[in-house]
Structures are given as C-alpha cells and as structure tokens.
Design a protein. Sequence first.
Length: 285
Amino acid sequence: LQVLGFEVDTVNSVQFSNHTGYAHWKGQVLNSDELHELYEGLKLNKVNRYDYVLTGYTRDTSFLAMVVDIVQELKQQNPDLVYVCDPVMGDKWNGEGSMYVPKDLLPVYRDKVVPVADIITPNQFEAELLTGRKIYTEKDALEVMDMLHAMGPETVVITSSDLQAPLGNDYLIALGSHRKTKADGTRITQRIRMESPKVDAVFVGTGDLFAAMLLAWTHKHPNNLKVACEKTVSAMQHVLQRTIKSAKVQAGEGNKPNSAHLELRMVQSKKDIENPEIIVKATVL
C-alpha cells in the first residue's frame, strides 16, 4: 500500500516471530483492550480521519468486535470511508476445508463484520462458511456472491476456488462481483472471472497481498472492477513466479523448498506491484 502511494497506520493484530506456516511460532495476540487503547491515542491527537480500513488475520473475537465499533465510528466521521475486509478463517487442502483460526470467529465475521464491510475478499471455503452454502459450479459461486452482497458489501471477490477453469486444470479461478445502486434505485451488477496459472507450492501471505492491492486498484479504478482485478491478479502472478523461481534456487536441485524459501519476494517485486504488466485478463460474465 505504501509503495502504491498510501499513508498507512499499521496495527499488528498479532505480533509473531514469523508466520504460522512454519512449524513453530512465538509471540502475542492483540486483544480488544489493547486495540482500543491504540485507537484512543489516534483519537486524542485528532488523526483518526481515514479513507480506508483494511483488516486481515486475527485470532481473537473481542478484537474483531472492537474493529466493528471502530469502523462504525470512523464511518460517522467520514461517510465515504471504505472498509476492506479479508475474512481470514481457513482454506481447502486437497479438496478438504478446515479453519485455522478459532471457530468462534465465524459468527462474528458473519453477523457483525461483513455487514459493515464495503469490499470483502474471501476464498471459496470462507465464502461457503459465511453463507452456509457449498459451491460446486460457477452458478453456485455467483449465487453465493449475491448472498454476500445481500449481507452488506458492494464488492465481493472470491480470491481462489477449486472450480474447473475453462483454460484447464493448470489454472485457478477467481471471481468478482460489484453491485452498485444508481440514484434512481436501479441496481447494476458487474461480474468477472479470472483464470491464473497455478503455482505448485504453498505460499503464506498471498491473501494479505491480494486484499491490499485490490484496495489500491479499486481506489484508482473505482468503477472498473475488471481493470482493478486484472492489475491485482497480474501483480500476484509476478510475485509468485519470482518467489517460486528464487525458492527453487535456494532449495537446490531436486529439493522441495521450505517455508523460509517460499517467503514472498515483495521487495524484489516492487516494480510489478507499482505497475503490473497485465498477464491475467478478466472475462466479463
């Protein structure tokens, strides 16, 4: 976000030695009192007028509930504030979904967080959790996105899915939907599908990168979800290709890269993040 020109005030929802894709991690989880205290500090100095709020990984229900209170207060100050929520709860491995945060976060996301969010970026598993509906076909996915729109957000992007891609098994499908209500009350919905080449590795932090870039590109292209998503997904692809190439070199011939080798090559990809060459095109549905 900073590379793309945003002034960012960062609050660590967790302060860990490393991400949880490693075998071990140590550190602290921020609770709601600590978050509230930080926010109070910003408020006392009257520097709490924001254009965007972005949230991702958290492990604490009270923290999440406090985020909702803060977002509502910030929206009173600036009615145009956009809240981008990545509802990080879990993912699918080999077709089986599982949660990697405490299960009691689900009702808080579903009943409190999603209704105040403007843009959400769940993966397929998280979209299914939030709506209680399984996705087997693209039609199911579009209906699930409609259900998510009905809960509040104007923009829904399912960042990855295990749907069959028209381009074949080596591609991963992402879907986007933007619903706008015009002044006369009519609703227009723009929907897109993106297919990006699969990379054979498990990366950590891709969802965070996706949400941050989607925030930036929807800001720069407010009424064009297609272009915003093309830039986001293309930049992701550049970062992942650079990461896997570098990881294989570090691991050495014939060895499987480990978590340390697969750390996203963010700094090395600065130019691609700032100005991504479009290598993944979106199809308008």
